[in-house]
Ligand binder design. Structure first.
Ligand SMILES: [Zn+2]
Length: 396
């Protein structure tokens, strides 16, 4: 009942009123594992919360609260949004476990290594996924999913603006989050905001993989910033191991000679600047100068600065997850929400649509070949509507 209420963004008070209940009845019901209500009450509950009756008679497996998520929502984020985000992770997790019972998901083949520094953790993650240190990763989302970490897309913003930078000039974290699902928190799950930028999409997956590899349990407030820095350092090193990537740059790094590095390793210029600076390839003055260039040069394709839309922004389609949809196909014969609803009665249709949002249909890895992109999540669209893109960016 609590999960359903939080998903529907309803306060306890409003549910209490709509149910015609008095006092602490709802609180008591939400806190107990098993309770008896009348058939009439169950009827009304399904109306008020817009969840099928079976949802309320099926025990939840995954427990996720806002503090379990790999990121701290900015203070401006409403409590109701944080709660909803946590329950979306829990319920997406339970849906995946339901699929797993019918057709085994890929086993988790990435071993967390808390205690390792980000550089060693990135090497360990590559090794466990059998990616050589000098090998670029073509489709990171596919790689991660094949190794047992499902990815889901979210339409919401994870609180705050997505593109803020922290005081150390790192892309901030509000583009994704991760949590552990299952009765024993045995499997990680990554959630990403649905982004049009292929660079940010990949980097966010890598950043969350960093949290999964290095960070256990709830962060103490004084550790949060350090954890974010570690996950970001991990992300860049995992995507583009410095020892291999730096061999492409002769002389001092510049925006122009980092472009081929971006193209080969699939990582933004912005992240590369920070990565090369952190790895000792330039001093702070050069780093600041190149960052200034990035944010003043204009990309004539888009009218934005390179910092906003870098050269190459349109070279790849943003990666999209596939595992959940593929497993729905395995279990229910087709990848549509309709086919799930024909067999499962515990999920509301709109929630299934939200679980499956942006999941890829085709088995052709989206990032294998350069592709023009259209509407997010639409693999086959070949046109680019710059005006719409600009409009979206302005709204963002
Ligand atoms: Zn993070």
């Amino acid at each position: 009942m609590r999960q359903a209420r939080l998903i529907r963004r309803l306060t306890a008070k409003s549910v209490l009123e709509q149910m015609g209940w008095k006092g602490a009845r709802l609180t008591r019901l939400e806190r107990t594992d098993l309770a008896t209500i009348t058939a009439d009450e169950l009827d009304r509950l399904t109306d008020v919360l817009r969840f099928p009756a079976e949802f309320f008679t099926t025990p939840p497996v995954t427990h996720v609260e806002p503090e379990d998520l790999s990121f701290r929502a900015p203070k401006s984020t409403l409590e109701s949004e944080k709660n909803r985000m946590a329950q979306m992770m829990a319920l997406s997790g339970d849906f995946l476990l339901q699929l797993d019972e019918r057709h085994r998901l890929p086993p988790l083949r990435v071993t967390p290594r808390p205690g390792l520094d980000p550089i060693a953790a990135a090497a360990a993650a590559r090794a466990s996924m059998q990616v050589a240190p000098d090998e670029p990763i073509a489709n990171l989302t596919h790689l991660v999913e094949r190794h047992g970490i499902p990815v889901v897309l979210r339409g919401e913003r994870f609180g705050g603006q997505g593109l803020e930078e922290n005081h150390r000039g790192r892309l901030e974290k509000h583009l994704g989050c991760s949590a552990w699902i299952g009765e024993f928190k045995e499997r990680p799950l990554i959630a990403l905001r649905e982004l049009d930028s292929w660079e940010r999409t990949r980097w966010t997956v890598a950043h969350e993989l960093g949290h999964i590899m290095m960070h256990v349990g709830v962060a103490a407030p004084e550790d949060e910033e350090r954890r974010e820095d570690e996950a970001s350092r991990f992300a860049s090193e995992f995507l583009a191991p410095f020892a291999a990537a730096s061999t492409m740059v002769r002389g001092e790094p510049s925006l122009v000679n980092l472009l081929p590095v971006k193209d080969k390793w699939g990582i933004s210029l912005g992240a590369l600047l920070r990565h090369f600076y952190d790895s000792g390839a330039m001093d702070v003055d050069r780093f600041e100068m190149l960052r200034r260039q990035l944010y003043t040069r204009i990309n004539t394709d888009t009218g934005f600065t390179w910092g906003r839309t870098e050269p190459g922004w349109d070279d790849r389609a943003p990666e999209r997850p596939r595992l959940m949809r593929k497993w729905v196909e395995f279990v229910y014969g087709s990848g549509s929400v309709k086919s799930v609803l024909a067999h499962e009665t515990i999920w509301p249709r709109d929630l299934l649509l939200e679980f499956m949002m942006g999941q890829r249909e085709s088995s052709v890895p989206a990032a294998a070949a350069p592709a023009r992109r259209g509407r997010a999540g639409d693999d086959d669209v070949v046109q680019v509507d710059f005006a719409a893109y600009r409009g979206r960016e302005r709204q963002a």
